[in-house]
Design a protein around this ligand. Structure first.
Ligand code: C2E
Ligand code: CA
Ligand code: CA
Length: 535
């Protein structure tokens, strides 16, 4: 028997003894009273002294037994309250009172069984607050906790009465409820109401915090075996909802799972590929449109995979950004590019792409400058390309990083101009030296009037702000001529060359006489004899 049963047994025993004592007391009392009456009125023998003593002892026993029974009862009540509290603590999230993960697994399994008996389905929603980390970082953890509590209240208010609601640490909530499988619109209705409820501003002391949320939805009849499979499916869908713009909900589908597996393979592969030197720089020539001369290269990453061939950056750069590998990747690419360029004509520049998330690293400028020093590459030959989105996160930090780089002579280009906000304010936020027009406009310059107008406007803007413009995606001579006529200063694209490997770039430079001493690497750049460039 469990130790917790001991007081209950004790209480039963004291109660039983009490009852026996009371019965005995009743019996003795009757004997003593009737003996006393008999003696008083009918001259019978007086009540025997031992009987009176027994009665008194019995009375004491009843009082003692009863008090003991009460004490045991109070102890038992205290214990069951403590047990109840412990059960609550073990199954509930203390901040919101929602279930925790383990409790949701248990209750969810029961819900699934009940639904399948009634031929119904269970919908699982994973609700994740967008950019919640920023609330913690900017306003502190107390504000973060207040936001989570308020979100829990809003979610609970919108959920159907019998829904299970849980919080999984951080800012992820899970909700499960039974629905009629023939009418999934009821689930969509609930998801939309949660999204709407969570956009209400949250008052925390004197702050008004505005949040949005993303929801992934899975259903047991399509997506789930057990509760864990269902949770995973909803989680994958939530991740996709975030990727497709946040502030909405998405149903899970199998393609998402394959994409996630693919993404994880890329992340795991990259962790090994970067130190193994499989992610290498390719070089896309940049041409001065006025003279037709080669003036430098844009450095573009390629993953030369041992079995899958060359993987383009669009497949692995976003994964590197999400997984925090981009800093290592970027510096590795720069080091290789500087090493490759050691004996190139010093008039040739290199433009490297910097991801927005790299501008959150306060040491970025120092790391880049260190790489140029170690690689023997003059910082004034380096240009970094950033996109407008890099300006949103922490402009002050971006300004300080860019300031340090510019002090060393590094130039700054605004990449993909025309695709994002294309705002004048953004152009002024950092000391840009150049604007790059996105290839989407350049590719269709001759056959799309809108593209032509945008290209025209950007080149005009550059002229007014005294910022030279580079056009990327130049695939034909006619486009190059048109860009030159409009006043664009530099161009790059397949008309000139596709991005080249280190070896092909070297061959091309050797053919143009742009390698020192026919290409022998030299550590002292000042001693290099550089032949004049030829277009
Ligand atoms: P991006 O910076 O806009 O780079 C230009 C892209 O346009 C390159 O694609 C280039 O190969 C392609 N391109 C150039 N000329 C032409 C042309 O005439 N026609 C067409 N159709 N395409 C042309 P790529 O190399 O696939 O790079 C894609 C994107 O990946 C880059 O866009 C850049 O955002 C990113 N990326 C590449 N390397 C790095 C890197 O080392 N670090 C970071 N952070 N991002 C990188
Ligand atoms: Ca670029
Ligand atoms: Ca671009």
């Amino acid at each position: 028997m469990a130790p917790a049963d001991a007081p209950r047994r004790g209480s039963r025993w004291t109660l039983a003894i009490c009852i026996c004592a009371i019965l005995l007391f009743a019996g003795l009392s009757i004997a003593v009273i009737s003996g006393a009456l008999d003696h008083r009125y009918f001259g019978g023998a007086p009540v025997q002294r031992p009987l009176v003593v027994a009665l008194l002892i019995n009375a004491a026993l009843v009082i003692f037994g009863w008090r003991r029974h009460r004490a045991v009862q109070i102890e038992m009540d205290g214990r069951s309250a403590a047990e109840e509290r412990a059960r609550m603590l073990a199954s509930r999230d203390p901040l919101t009172g929602f279930l925790n993960r383990r409790a949701l697994s248990e209750a969810g399994a029961a819900l699934l069984r009940a639904a399948s008996r009634r031929d119904q389905a269970v919908a699982m929603l994973i609700v994740d607050l967008d950019h919640f980390k920023m609330v913690n970082d900017m306003h502190g953890h107390a504000a973060g906790d207040a936001v989570l509590r308020s979100a829990a209240v809003e979610i609970a208010a919108v959920m159907p009465a019998a829904a299970l609601t849980a919080r999984f640490g951080g800012d992820a909530f899970a909700c499960a409820f039974v629905f009629d499988a023939r009418d999934p619109s009821t689930v969509e209705h609930v998801a939309s109401r949660v999204i709407a409820a969570l956009t209400k501003p949250i008052e925390v002391e004197d702050l008004r915090i505005h949040m949005t949320s993303s929801i992934g939805v899975a259903r047991s009849d399509f997506d789930g075996g057990g509760i864990d499979t269902l949770l995973r499916a909803a989680d994958i869908a939530m991740y996709c909802a975030k990727k497709s713009g946040r502030g909405g909900f998405t149903w899970f589908n199998r393609a998402m799972e394959h994409a996630l597996i693919d993404r994880n393979d890329i992340e795991n592969g990259l962790r090994l590929a970067i130190p193994a030197g499989q992610v290498v720089p390719f070089f896309e020539p940049q041409i001065d449109l006025a003279t037709g001369r080669l003036c430098g290269f844009e450095v573009l990453a390629r993953w030369v995979h041992p079995t899958q061939g060359t993987i383009p950056p669009d497949r692995f750069i976003p994964v590197a950004e999400e997984s925090g590998l981009i800093a290592e990747l970027s510096l590795s690419i720069m080091r290789q590019a500087f090493a490759a360029a050691r004996d190139w004509d010093p008039g040739l520049s290199l433009s490297v792409n910097i991801s927005p998330c790299q501008l959150r690293d306060a040491w970025l400028a120092q790391k880049i400058i260190k790489a140029t020093v170690e690689g023997g590459f003059a910082p004034n030959r380096l240009e970094i390309e950033i996109t407008e989105s890099a300006l949103f996160d922490n402009l002050a930090l971006a300004q300080s990083i860019v300031g340090s780089l510019k002090n060393q002579g590094v130039r700054l280009a605004l990449d993909d101009f025309g695709t994002g906000y294309s705002s004048l304010a953004h152009l002024r936020a950092l000391p840009f030296d150049r604007i790059k027009i996105d290839k989407s406009f350049v590719l269709s310059l001759l056959d799309n009037a809108d593209s032509a107008a945008i290209v025209n406007a950007i080149i005009g803007l550059g002229a007014n702000l005294n910022l030279p413009v580079t056009a990327e995606g130049v695939e034909t001579g006619t486009i190059a001529e048109r860009l030159a006529a409009l006043g664009c200063s530099k161009a790059q694209g397949w008309h000139y060359s596709k991005p080249l490997s280190v070896a092909d770039t070297r061959r091309m430079l050797a053919a143009r006489g742009l390698l020192a001493h026919g290409g022998a690497p030299d550590t002292d750049l000042t001693d290099l004899t550089i032949r004049r460039q030829v277009g």
